[in-house]
Design a protein around this ligand. Structure first.
Ligand code: AMO
Length: 445
């Protein structure tokens, strides 16, 4: 196998470039995904970083002599000639006629699950999650997270084009930003600190510096219940922008970001979209209704009696998803003016009706994926609101520096990456869209 050590010209060619090397000798590397022995020859499917490549081994054109040790999940380098043919639809397809195989490593044991089928059939989600380092090798599982990369990439690319600066805020903090009981406490050399529930306090501070900022990072929520939509650690895609006219500027920015993301998925993540049969929504304008009007729809159109008039339960969100789809022809729905009592201390109340706020949620196919709104930017107003919420403003001295030393009208939002992925792919459980989920029962792998 000398030519694997240097003399082969066309090294590590990806499937997308095979058309440029038809009839030539090339090399590829990857895992042996599957071996199918036929009479007189074998198919060896190589799983590369993005493709499954069909290779053919036959003694008449292979100088390689079949090694019994060669097994599925062996890491190999294959040298061979590209041969083209047409599929049933008349499209070109390519395979590699194996000249030689170099084994780079052999697995110590056979896999605990079958990963070389189209999808992981009849395997419980918990088993899939327990075995994530190997279950992710299944091309369909892998595609979920490639597509998820596309969502983050779209968010980042769009916001950078809109003059946002990417930031990284600390995750070990002096206070929880969102209130409530779902904050993780941590012993920090004898002092109590908290894991960040969101980058809220820092992204606001940085509006005073960069005007427009965004962050894509993990945040932590001590969720005490096991639900299909809550994680204890998730990726929050946040932005915050200054000098806004009102909170519609934020909703418009999110609409733009979502349009950009969906377009990017359709164009640059086509393989993943097809493999996963992802239902990519068409977005023109996203309809918008007020919280109390949404409650009326729930009661009048769906004959449902809400138990809480200050928030929606999951069933109500589903009803609003159905309403948006059927009557407004939209997969998305903005709900605005949430009751002040249910929104955090930094949210600006509506001056014309202070029981309600200048805030919104975005529902996607009946699931909340975003919260956002305009923030209080006046110092005295913010201090007063903190006191009203039972907080001690002195503990938030550094946060309040923004307000004390001048803050523009501003606002922003947080978008849950896993929830967006979940409903894009029609999953029932957010864990399916989470690489290594953390929940009340799981901290491994
Ligand atoms: P909020 O707490 O509503 O707002 O969170 C924003 C979005 O984050 C996602 N999310 C979750 N995803 C998975 N597991 C969880 N436990 C979980 N909790 C929340 C949801 C939700 O819509 N600082 C504000 C945002 C802002 O106003 O800028 C905040 O964090 O998709």
């Amino acid at each position: 196998m000398e030519y694997i050590n240097g003399t082969i010209k066309n090294e590590d060619i990806s499937y997308g470039d095979f058309k440029n090397y038809d009839g030539q000798e090339i090399s590829i590397h990857g895992y042996i995904h599957r071996i199918r022995e036929m009479t007189g020859f074998s198919f060896v499917i190589i799983r590369t970083d993005k493709d499954l490549i069909q290779c053919v081994y036959a003694p008449e054109f292979s100088s390689y002599r079949w090694d019994e040790k060669l097994a599925e999940e062996a890491c190999v380098k294959v040298v061979g000639k590209i041969a083209s043919s047409k599929d049933k639809q008349g499209n070109d397809r390519y395979e590699v006629q194996i000249h030689d195989i170099k084994i780079l490593s052999l697995p110590a044991e056979t896999l605990p699950i079958v990963i070389n089928k189209k999808q992981l059939d009849n395997i419980q989600l918990n088993t899939i999650l327990d075995l994530r380092p190997v279950s992710l090798r299944n091309p369909r599982e892998r595609a979920i997270f490639k597509l998820q990369e596309g969502i983050q990439r779209g968010f980042r690319e769009f916001l950078i084009k809109e003059n946002f600066t990417e930031i990284h805020s600390p995750k070990i903090n002096f206070a929880g930003a969102e209130g409530g009981t779902n904050v993780f406490k941590l012993d920090y050399f004898g002092k109590q600190v908290y894991l960040a529930q969101s980058p809220q306090l820092y992204k606001q501070a940085l509006v005073g510096v960069f005007e427009r900022v965004f962050e894509i990072a993990p945040v932590f929520r001590a969720e005490h219940h096991d639900t299909s939509r809550h994680l204890n650690e998730y990726i929050s895609m946040d932005f915050e922008m200054g000098f806004i006219n009102d909170f519609h500027d934020i909703m418009n920015m999110e609409t733009g970001a979502l349009k950009y993301i969906m377009n990017l998925l359709k164009t640059e993540y086509k393989n993943e979209v097809e493999l996963l049969k992802a239902d990519i929504p068409e977005i023109t304008e996203i309809p918008c209704i007020k919280f109390m009007d949404a409650k009326k729809i729930i009661m009048e159109k769906f004959h449902y009696t809400p138990t809480d008039m200050k928030d929606f339960d999951p069933k109500e969100e589903e009803m609003l998803g159905t309403y948006a789809k059927k009557e407004l022809n939209s997969d998305f729905l903005f709900v605005t003016h949430y009751p002040s009592k249910k929104r955090p201390f930094y949210t600006m109340d509506d001056p014309s009706d202070p029981e309600y706020t200048l805030s919104f949620d975005l529902l996607f196919r009946g699931l909340e994926i975003t919260s956002g709104g305009q923030r209080i930017n006046d110092y005295n107003e913010q201090v007063a609101k903190m006191k009203k919420c039972g907080m001690n403003p002195e503990e938030f001295e550094t946060y309040l520096m923004l307000h004390k030393y001048g803050a523009p009208p501003h606002g922003g939002l947080g978008l849950g990456l896993e929830r967006l992925t979940m409903h894009l792919l029609g999953f029932k459980n957010v864990r399916e869209a989470t690489m290594f989920p953390r929940d009340i029962n799981r901290v491994t792998p």
